[in-house]
Write a protein that binds this ligand. Structure first.
Ligand code: PEP
Ligand code: MG
Length: 665
C-alpha cells in the first residue's frame, strides 16, 4: 500500500466493464505523464491506495462499474494530474462500449464439434512447457533493447491478428481476451522495467528481463482476492510466453492453450494438444477441427475445462503426468482405457483403427439417435443433454431435452450481469435449438472453481465449502430474482424446469421456493433441486417433499463424499463417481424420494455409457449427459436388460472400491 497525496477527488466508474486492463492502461498512461505521485483507492471495496502508474496495481483494484474511486496525487503537478484523471473517468476512461462477453443467442462457432470418441491420435502440439531460453545468445545493451522492442512488436501483430480472427469465427467475448493481453504489451511500466533491467544489467538479456517483469505482474494478479482477477495471471503468462517465443524464434502451441483458439496461424496442422492443466477458456477456444484431442498432465476429470472440452466433443485424457512429449511427435490416447502413448512403433495405426471403430459405432448410434432409449424389457429412460451454450443445444443430437443448462457457463464471460431480457433471449434460443423439448435451467451456480466476473466474491479459505450455489444469494437475492423472472417468462412459452444448486437444508429449499413463488410462476414450471451434498442425499425424504424432481450432481456429490477437491490433481485418484459410497447415496436418493418426485443424474457419471447402465439399474430413469454422448448412451440403454442391470447395481453397492465396481461393468 502506498501513501495518498494531498490533492484528491472522487469519481465513479461508469464504463460497462469497469477498470479492466484496457482502461486501466489509459489511467497508467495519464498518471505517468505528470510530475506527480498518483494513487488510486477503491472506496467501494476499501482496496488501495495503489500506485496509478502501474497497470498491474490498477487492475488489481478490481474496480467495477459503479465503484467509487479516490484519485490522489502529491508533487508539483498533483492538481493537474488529478484533474486530468478525473476528466478521463468522466469520459468512461475512453473505453468504447463493446459487446464483449455477451452470451450469444445464436450458434456461431465454426468447427465446434469434435469427434467425441474419447480417442485421438496425431502430432503433439505441446503447450505445457516453459519457453526454452537456454540457447539464446545475448548481444550488447543496444542489441537487447532492440530485440525486446521487436519481440513485443511481433507479439502485438500476432495478438491483433488472433483477436480479429477470433472475433469473426468465435465471438466477441473470446476475442476480448486478446484486448487485455494487448494492453499488457503496451504497458509503459512493464516496458520501463524491461528496458531498465537490460540497461542496468540486472537481467541483461531481453528474454530474462521480459520474463522477470511479467512474472512480477503475474504474481501481483495471483495475490488478488477476487478469483476472476486471479485467473487473469494466466493472460499475463500467455503474453510472457508469446514474447519469449518471438525472442527465441520458436513457434509453439501457446495460441491454442491460451484461449486463442481458431485462427492462431501458428498451427495450421491438426494434432493433439498437450497442456499442464485445462482451463475453461482454453477448452472453449480451441479449434475442434484442428485439435483432435487434448492430453492434460494434471489428473481430474470433473474440472470445468474438461467438461467444456467434452461437451464440445473434443476427446480429453487427463492425468498423463510427466511423460516426455516432444513437439511434433506422434501421440495418441484412448481415454476409456486410460492409455496415452508417445511415438508408438506402429505410427499410431492401432489407435487410428480404434478411432474408425468408434466412429462406426457412433454413426450407428447417430442413425438411431432420435429414437427413445427403451430398454430390452420396455422401460423408457430419458436421455437429456447438459448444455453451456446455444451451440451445445444445437449439437445435442437425439437429446430428449436438456437436464442441465449451466447458466454460469452461458454468461461466464460477462463483466456485467445479463439483464432479464438477455437471459430470456438465450433460454429461448436453447429451447428452440432443442426443438421445444423440456429444458432444465439451473440457477447461477457460482463459487468454488466457478468465479463469475460480474459477482466478485470475497476470498474464502475453503471455497468449495463456502458460499457456493444457492448459498451465495441468501445475502444478495437480486441477481437470483432477475434470473427467476427470466425463467418464469420462458416457462410461459415452452416446457421449463428450474433447478437450484448446492442445496443442503430444507430451509434453503423453502427459501428458494418462496423467492420463486413471489414471482407468480406460470403453471407447468417444474421445480427441483440438485443433490450434490451428502447431507442432502441423506435427508432426501424431507428435502424433496413437494418438489417435482431432484437431479444428482455426481461431480460434486463425489467431491464431498470422498473429500477430494475436484480441481486438485493430487487427490483425483480418490474421486471416482463409481465409489460404492457415492453409489450408496444415489441409491438412497432413489429409494427415499417421496412418490411422484423424479430422480435424474446430471453429473458426468451419466456421460459414461457403462455408468449410465448402472445408474439405470439403481432406478434412475432420467440421465443428462454431455451432448456428444447422448446417442451412444441411448444405444447402450437399448441393449440393456434392466432387471439384470439392477442385480449388478445392487451388488456394486456392497463392493469395496470403485475399481471393483468398474471391473464388473
Ligand atoms: C455436478 O456437480 O455433478 C454438476 C452437474 O454440477 P457442476 O459440475 O456444474 O458443478
Ligand atoms: Mg455441481
Amino acid at each position: 500500500m502506498v501513501a495518498e497525496g494531498d490533492s484528491s477527488t472522487e469519481v465513479v466508474v461508469s464504463n460497462e466493464h469497469g477498470l479492466h486492463a484496457r482502461p486501466a492502461a489509459k489511467v497508467v498512461g495519464v498518471a505517468q505523464r505528470f510530475d506527480a505521485k498518483v494513487t488510486l483507492t477503491n472506496l467501494t471495496t476499501g482496496k488501495g491506495p495503489v500506485d496509478a502508474g502501474s497497470l498491474s496495481m490498477v487492475a488489481t483494484l478490481n474496480a467495477q462499474q459503479g465503484h467509487r474511486l479516490r484519485i490522489s496525487a502529491s508533487g508539483p503537478e498533483a492538481d493537474v494530474a488529478v484533474a486530468t484523471l478525473s476528466a478521463l473517468a468522466d469520459r468512461g476512461f475512453d473505453d468504447l462500449p463493446s459487446e464483449a462477453g455477451t452470451a450469444d443467442a445464436t450458434p456461431v462457432r465454426a468447427g465446434r464439434s469434435g469427434s467425441g470418441l474419447d480417442v485421438a491420435v496425431g502430432p503433439a502440439i505441446v503447450a505445457d512447457q516453459d519457453v526454452d531460453l537456454s540457447g539464446y545468445q545475448a548481444g550488447d545493451v543496444d542489441v537487447e533493447r532492440q530485440r525486446a522492442k521487436d519481440g513485443m512488436r511481433v507479439a502485438e501483430e500476432q495478438l491483433t491478428a488472433l483477436r480479429d480472427e477470433t472475433a469473426k469465427t468465435v465471438g466477441a467475448a473470446e476475442a476480448s481476451i486478446f484486448d487485455a493481453q494487448l494492453a499488457l504489451l503496451g504497458d509503459v511500466m512493464v516496458q520501463d522495467a524491461v528496458f531498465r533491467a537490460i540497461t542496468q544489467g540486472e537481467d541483461k538479456s531481453a528474454p530474462d528481463a521480459w520474463k522477470a517483469a511479467l512474472d512480477a505482474v503475474a504474481a501481483d494478479f495471483e495475490g488478488l482476492d477476487d478469483p476472476y482477477q486471479r485467473e487473469r495471471a494466466q493472460d499475463v503468462r500467455s503474453v510472457r510466453d508469446r514474447v519469449l517465443r518471438a525472442l527465441v524464434g520458436t513457434a509453439a502451441g501457446g495460441d491454442l492453450a491460451a484461449g486463442g483458439g481458431p485462427g492462431g496461424g501458428d498451427h495450421a496442422a491438426a494434432g493433439v494438444l498437450v497442456v499442464r492443466e485445462l482451463d475453461a477458456a482454453t477448452a472453449a477456444g480451441v479449434d475442434a477441427e484442428r485439435i483432435v484431442g487434448i492430453a492434460v498432465r494434471a489428473a481430474g476429470t470433473t474440472g470445468h475445462g474438461v467438461i467444456v472440452a467434452r461437451s464440445r466433443g473434443i476427446p480429453v485424457i487427463t492425468g498423463i503426468g510427466d511423460v516426455v512429449v516432444p513437439a511434433g511427435a506422434v501421440v495418441g490416447f484412448d481415454a476409456r482405457a486410460h492409455e496415452f502413448v508417445v511415438g508408438p512403433a506402429d505410427g499410431g495405426e492401432r489407435l487410428r483403427a480404434v478411432v474408425r471403430g468408434r466412429a462406426g459405432e457412433r454413426e450407428a448410434a447417430l442413425a438411431e439417435a432420435e429414437r427413445p432409449a427403451v430398454t430390452l424389457d420396455g422401460t423408457t429412460i430419458a436421455v437429456f443433454a447438459n448444455v453451456g451454450s446455444v451451440q451445445d443445444a444445437a449439437d445435442a443430437r437425439g437429446a430428449d431435452g436438456s437436464g442441465l443448462v449451466r447458466t454460469e457457463v452461458l454468461f461466464g464471460e460477462r463483466r456485467v450481469a445479463p439483464t432479464v431480457e438477455e437471459q430470456v433471449e438465450v433460454f429461448r434460443a436453447i429451447a428452440a435449438a432443442l426443438h421445444g423439448k423440456s429444458i432444465t435451467i439451473r440457477t447461477w451456480d457460482i463459487g468454488g472453481d466457478k468465479p463469475l466476473a460480474f459477482l466478485p466474491q470475497e476470498r474464502e479459505a475453503n471455497p468449495f465449502l463456502g458460499e457456493r450455489g444457492i448459498r451465495v444469494f441468501r445475502r444478495r437475492p437480486e441477481l437470483l430474482r432477475d434470473q427467476l423472472t427470466a425463467i418464469c417468462r420462458v416457462a410461459a412459452e415452452t416446457p421449463v424446469q428450474v433447478m437450484f444448486p448446492m442445496v443442503t437444508t430444507a430451509e434453503e429449499v423453502a427459501w428458494a421456493r418462496a423467492e420463486l413463488a413471489a414471482l407468480k410462476p406460470p403453471e407447468g414450471l417444474k421445480v427441483g433441486i440438485m443433490i450434490e451434498v451428502p447431507a442432502a442425499a441423506l435427508r432426501i425424504t424431507t428435502l424433496a417433499a413437494g418438489l417435482d424432481f431432484v437431479s444428482i450432481g455426481s461431480n460434486d456429490l463425489t467431491q464431498y463424499t470422498t473429500a477430494t477437491d475436484r480441481g486438485n490433481s493430487a487427490v483425483a485418484g480418490l474421486a471416482d463417481g463409481l465409489d460404492p459410497a457415492v453409489l450408496q447415496l444415489i441409491d438412497r436418493v432413489v429409494r427415499g424420494v417421496p412418490d411422484g418426485v423424479e430422480v435424474a443424474v446430471c453429473g458426468d457419471l451419466a456421460s459414461d455409457p457403462d455408468a449410465a447402465v448402472l445408474l439405470a439399474g439403481l432406478g434412475v430413469h432420467e440421465l443428462s449427459a454431455v451432448g456428444p454422448q447422448v446417442p451412444v448412451i441411448k444405444a447402450r440403454l437399448r441393449q440393456t436388460d434392466l432387471a439384470e442391470a439392477a442385480t449388478h447395481a445392487a451388488a456394486s453397492l456392497a463392493m469395496p472400491s470403485a475399481t471393483a465396481v468398474r471391473a464388473q461393468l
